[in-house]
Design a protein around this ligand. Structure first.
Ligand code: FRU
Length: 898
């Protein structure tokens, strides 16, 4: 279907043809010659515009063709003068112009094609003269006045006929078109009584009109008629000559084919002639037959050529379309080849992906199996760990009993001093605490092994919980706590395992007291919720509260909490949750840091959530025997002991019991300061400049290592020896601590004697170091930032003293000001670093300088006295003597002698 589509115009050149008229056969022949010739030139397309003999129309057509952008113009001008301008313009615009058959008045054209009309006029005159033997009457029927063929044919005819004076010529206007003008004029002339021997018409059309009119007017008359054109084919000049209508016709070829050939030459840049003259000849009875045969042959050839050209055109269309189809097929082929390749690639990739997925799958399965195996192993390990802890716990129970027994016995003895009693009570409390922890561990192990069994009995909950709460009344009173117990109902009967629920609430209350500062409020509230068939027990405190993270991990068995709850809730909360869960109940926390905490326990009413064997009638005995941890027992009142000892030790420890113990013990040999968290420790150290700091590693607010860093980076405190107490015995931690400037690392548990020895040694080492400062700073000391700071301090301090040595008013205040330290800081620091009080040091420097001046200068003692800042020579002499056991003048004498 596509192949049979109408012709596709893809010609390279557009050729415009402005035809003056297409009315007659001669012009039709010209155009068909052009078309035929075009079929040999595949790259040209012809656009024809017919002006129908109108000059204005032709001018318009020429301009239109120029605007269309034609590559070349062929023009057959109607009249010369009226169209000259537009032809010139087209030519000047750069478009090649070929004039055909007629010309303009100018020379602005590229090429001309046509026979020589002047010559035609002359040949006609010569032929007529010979026909008439040089005498007779001739009628000239002229073409259109303004057209160049008329002018030239007329001129040629007149120039030549002049030679035959006996030939008389009459002229009429025929305007090329015979029918209207030539016929009318001829008839008028003949009817006017004129007669002629011969008529010469400028074309065969007008000649035939004269013939027809003459036959009508003078049948049998002898007028001979000659025309121009000699077209072949029916109704053409050759036919008229053959049939005797015309005496002769002068061949005037149309030149359509030649015009196209020249156009092609011009467009392709091939050489061409500007003037292309076509042949002309007289055709009369002597040659018309040959001519006719030839023209017939030519006509036959032409129609063959036309047919072939048509076929070629059709073939060309088919070829073109096939070519397009071929292109399309080729493109489709390339596309399908590409998509085939792409599909192949995709398939390969997919295969690869599948392969790797399969591999990964296998890997995942393998890992899964490994993980499962590992988790089984972990489970096993966990089990054996729990078992191990259980065994250890068991093992611990006997020694604990054996410690507790003798301790209790000793405690009841009358021979103990107050301090000994306190130590004993401390030991008793901690044995009990250990026993409690061991019991909790064993409970866990029971739960883990499924050996912990609920034995629920019907219990009156209000009385039961009130009793537990009341057991804390004493503690509440000591710490000025407000302890509230509140229940909506007087009685609530609930099925619970009393031993378990007792453990839970005892634990929750203990925690509430532990984490609520004295003076706070602790509330226990019971709310039955019958519509939900449950009882809610809320336990609220106004304690330190928990952060979000602490809250999230509060029930985590292995979580110890951060520094601020370093004491921890132990296993209590985790165990409580397990025990409540065994009652099909829930326990939840809501808490806000520094505001307080609420635990909410929900227990189900009725007994349907217990199995037959969990419900016991004899579960009424309660086996727990709690010791309430009395946090106030170790308040020994020693906030700070400033008894008259040489050195001050600052203890930074949040465990009040341990702090109290250390305070009490250390107060025997040192002044003691105590801070219960890191921040307080730092403040106290800066204010008081102690001689030694003993700090726990895990502390609320600021850990031991942070305190250490702060101390060592501050000039006021950099020199203070620092001992860290830690529960960890890891080697790396010790190394790290020492690297950061800790003087010692003591691992808990430690004996007090050991600690005491360490403190003593550290202070002694400090004293030795002080000696060094007095003389020279050891190089390894100065490498550490602490050493550098201390060296700087010593340098600054001694520089201030030395610069102002002559100033009698130099005292502590002046130095404090220039070093930016308080009096106490300066005093402590100088004492710690140099072993002197500030004033003693100043005096010593003054005297040393005096000694130097005495031995190296001739200055008088009076002069030296003022130079080193003494107010009077007598005071100078007495001070000098009391220091060196020798008077200044004796000293000078001795030096002079030696
Ligand atoms: C056709 C015609 C011819 C003549 C020529 C002159 O239109 O009249 O018969 O030879 O034009 O231009």
């Amino acid at each position: 279907m596509w192949a049979c589509k109408p012709q596709i115009t893809d010609k390279k050149y557009l050729v415009g043809f402005s035809q003056c008229t297409s009315f007659d056969s001669w012009r039709k022949t010209m155009q068909s010659e052009m078309q035929r010739e075009l079929s040999f030139h595949g790259d040209m397309q012809l656009v024809i515009k017919d002006a129908q003999g109108d000059n204005d129309a032709q001018n318009k057509h020429i301009n239109e063709l120029v605007e269309m952008g034609v590559d070349l113009l062929i023009i057959s001008p109607n009249e010369a003068e009226p169209v000259t301008r537009s032809v010139d313009q087209a030519y000047r615009s750069g478009i090649p112009v070929i004039l055909i058959d007629r010309k303009t008045n100018s020379n602005f054209y590229t090429a001309y094609v046509g026979a020589n009309n002047y010559k035609i006029g002359k040949i006609a005159a010569t032929y007529i003269a010979s026909l008439l033997d040089g005498q007779g009457k001739v009628l000239e029927i002229k073409g259109l006045k303004g057209s160049t063929p008329f002018i030239e044919r007329h001129n040629g005819f007149r120039d030549q006929i002049k030679a035959f004076p006996q030939i008389e010529v009459t002229e009429i206007e025929g305007e090329w078109g015979g029918e209207e003008t030539a016929r009318k004029r001829f008839v008028e002339l003949m009817q006017g009584g004129n007669s002629f021997d011969l008529a010469f018409a400028h074309n065969d059309i007008m000649a035939y009109a004269a013939y027809e009119s003459y036959r009508e007017l003078s049948p049998g008359g002898s007028l001979e008629i000659i025309g121009v054109d000699a077209l072949s084919g029916p109704g053409g000049g050759i036919d008229y000559v053959t049939s005797g209508i015309l005496k002769a016709s002068l061949l005037y070829p149309t030149g359509g084919d030649v015009a196209i050939q020249i156009a092609s030459d011009i467009l392709h840049g091939r050489p061409y002639n500007k003037d292309n003259e076509l042949v002309t000849t007289v055709i009369d009875s002597s040659n018309v037959h040959v001519m006719r045969m030839q023209t017939n042959k030519i006509l036959a050839h032409e129609s063959d050529i036309n047919r072939l050209a048509e076929r070629i055109d059709q073939q060309r269309v088919v070829y073109k379309n096939q070519q397009y189809i071929l292109y399309v097929i080729a493109v489709l082929f390339v596309i399908s080849a590409l998509s085939f390749a792409f599909t192949l690639k995709l398939l390969r990739e997919r295969r690869e992906i599948n392969k790797s997925l399969k591999k990964r799958n296998e890997e995942v399965s393998r890992q899964k199996a490994e993980v499962m195996e590992m988790s089984q192993q972990v489970n096993k390990a966990n089990q054996s760990k729990i078992q191990f802890f259980a065994n250890i716990s068991h093992e611990l129970k006997t020694p604990l009993t054996l410690i507790q027994g003798p301790l209790d016995e000793l405690h009841s003895s009358n021979t103990l001093t107050g301090f000994m009693k306190k130590d004993l009570e401390l030991a008793q409390r901690n044995v009990r605490r250990l026993t409690g922890l061991v019991n909790q561990l064993m409970d866990f192990q029971k739960i883990e092994n499924g050996r912990m069994k609920v034995r629920a009995s019907k219990t009156e909950l209000v009385g039961f919980l009130k009793e537990i709460t009341d057991s804390f009344r004493n503690l509440a009173k000591k710490g000025r706590y407000t302890l509230i117990f509140d229940s909506r109902e007087d009685r609530i009967d609930l099925w619970v395992d009393k031993t378990m629920i007792d453990k839970v609430f005892f634990n929750l209350l203990s925690n509430a007291f532990k984490f609520t500062p004295p003076g706070g409020t602790i509330k226990v509230i019971l709310l039955p919720v019958p519509e939900k068939n449950e009882v809610v027990i809320q336990l609220t405190d106004t304690g330190m509260g928990m952060s979000k993270d602490q809250r999230a991990r509060a029930f985590d068995r292995y979580y110890q909490g951060d520094d601020s709850r370093a004491d921890g809730t132990g296993l209590g909360l985790a165990l409580s949750r397990e025990l409540i869960a065994m009652h099909d109940g829930t326990i939840e926390i809501s808490s806000q840091k520094d505001v307080g905490t609420t635990f909410e326990v929900r227990l189900k009413m009725g007994d349907s959530h217990f199995s037959e064997e969990q419900l016991s009638s004899d579960g009424d005995q309660l086996v727990n025997d709690h010791e309430i941890e009395d946090g106030f027992g170790y308040e020994d009142g020693v906030e700070a002991s400033m008894a008259d000892h040489e050195f001050t030790v600052l203890i930074i420890e949040d465990n009040q019991e341990l702090a109290a113990f250390l305070k009490r013990k250390l107060a025997e040999s040192y002044k003691v300061l105590w801070a219960k968290d890191g921040e307080a420790g730092v403040t106290l150290a800066k204010e008081q400049i102690p001689d030694l700091i003993l700090s726990d590693l895990m502390l609320p607010k600021l850990g031991g290592r942070d305190i250490l860093a702060k101390m060592k980076s501050d000039v006021r405190t950099a020199h203070i020896p620092f001992i860290i107490m830690t529960a960890s015995s890891s080697e790396e931690e010790r190394v790290e601590g020492v690297r950061e400037g800790a003087d010692d690392y003591i691992t808990k548990p430690f004996s007090f004697r050991f600690l005491s020895e360490r403190i003593k040694t550290t202070l002694a080492n400090r004293a030795k170091l002080r000696e060094h400062y007095l003389h020279e700073i050891p190089s390894d000391q100065s490498q550490r930032s602490e050493g550098k700071l201390n060296k700087k301090f010593v340098n600054d301090f001694t520089a201030v003293v030395e610069q102002n040595i002559a100033d009698q008013s130099l005292d502590v205040n002046v130095i404090c000001e220039s070093l930016g330290l308080s009096r106490i800081q300066l005093y402590r620091k100088v004492k710690a670093m140099l072993g002197y009080s500030v004033n003693d040091y100043i005096t010593t420097v003054r005297l040393k300088k005096a000694k130097y001046l005495l031995s190296t200068t001739d200055k008088s003692i009076g002069e030296i006295c003022y130079e080193v800042g003494f107010s009077s020579p007598s005071y100078f002499s007495s001070t000098f003597k009391s220091k060196f056991d020798i008077s200044p003048s004796e000293y000078r004498q001795n030096r002079a002698n030696s």
